[in-house]
Design a protein around this ligand. Sequence first.
Ligand code: NAD
Ligand code: 44H
Length: 385
Amino acid sequence: MRSLHFGAGNIGRGFIGLILSQAGYEVCFSDVNSDLVRLLQEKRAYTVRLANAEQQTFRVEHVTAIHGNQLEAVAEAVAQADIVTTAVGVGVLKHIAEGIARGLELRLERGGAPLQLIACENAIGGSTQLKERVFAHLSGETLERVNRMAVFPDAAVDRIVPIQHNEDPLEVRVEPFYEWVVDESQLFPGFRRIEGIHYVDRLEPYIERKLFTVNTGHCAAAYFGYLRGIATIQETLADAELRRRVRGVMEETGALLIDKYGFDAAEHARYIDKILERFVNPYLTDEVARVGRSPIRKLSADDRLVRPALQAFERGLPVEGLVWAMAAALHFDHASDPEAANIQADLANLGLSRTIANYTSIEPSHPLHEAIRQAYEAITAAASS
Ligand SMILES: NC(=O)c1ccc[n+]([C@@H]2O[C@H](COP(=O)([O-])OP(=O)(O)OC[C@H]3O[C@@H](n4cnc5c(N)ncnc54)[C@H](O)[C@@H]3O)[C@@H](O)[C@H]2O)c1
Ligand SMILES: O=P(O)(O)OC[C@@H](O)[C@@H](O)[C@H](O)[C@H](O)CO
């Protein structure tokens, strides 16, 4: 069985490639990093190492790679694949869509075997977004036939894989925990189950629980840590006050999730504890720059900060911690992050209120807008005092 996975980065190699390989798939990666593609083509294997005392390793073999710019080769791989997955970043889905569309056309010409395409990105409706991007390259009868041939089930993926600094450039060090949840209601009846994937009828509670707990807490830690000049999540959470504040943000999203989905409060508190322990895994070093990366994406209306904050506010639940996390995100000015630079430029050129409205879609008339503005100003004042 063949799988085609877009994005041979940390999650691609350290999680999705590993699971698919263990489930019996040969994995072909597509990436635009030429060195990575060349190395995968040469070595045809790589190692995944668990970040725990045992340091257990897994060898992923029979892999290969295609450069993402080689559209014909990408299309051919899509036409031949038994499953297509992605972990490129939700903003990159538009760049891989054309190759996938060409491949789906080719597949139709060759008989149109059914295909599932799963976007393993940190986003609500990631595969649905991929489908929209791919379908924008198709039209008429072809589009209708592809729509009957291909399904794009949404997914939630959870495994912390920091930026790698290993001697072997293909090795990936990952936390032992993982969870890959796929919406089976979007799959063809009688689909082949993949070991390692948890199939559910309704994904929304799973993706919101993951995104609003793991990722909201994670980015709050990154943004609060950054304000203190701290470089890693581990160091941030070693500070008792910062840990209390990060936990406070996770408790706010927790109250929302409990109210919205009827989760058991004690069980959810244990879920938060377990995630905080994962964040401080002593066998990993996770940089604030990675976890806070792309603040425009993280501040967007459907992502981990604004979406739970608005939902909690509408239900009359506390949002103070989320407000501070959003204000801190606006202060995130990491030199390596182009999105952070854009926010800083807008703050300088357009002013605070328009910048808040532009990135969060929370208009000045909304009470949360004023709360974010005040928190932002308080952070500015504290920094200059
Ligand atoms: N790292 C984690 O802990 C983690 C966990 C869960 C989900 N995710 C999600 O997985 C996705 C990838 O994250 P990551 O940490 O692996 O990032 P990463 O930067 O390590 O990997 C992304 C890879 O995509 C490649 N890429 C970029 N443009 C491409 C294109 N046009 N075609 C093919 N490949 C392209 C990059 O070269 C890179 O190798 C993101 O959506 C992220 O939110 C990450
Ligand atoms: O990948 P991002 O930028 O959406 O978020 C950064 C981290 O919070 C994220 O990668 C986590 O490590 C991951 O989602 C854990 O499952």
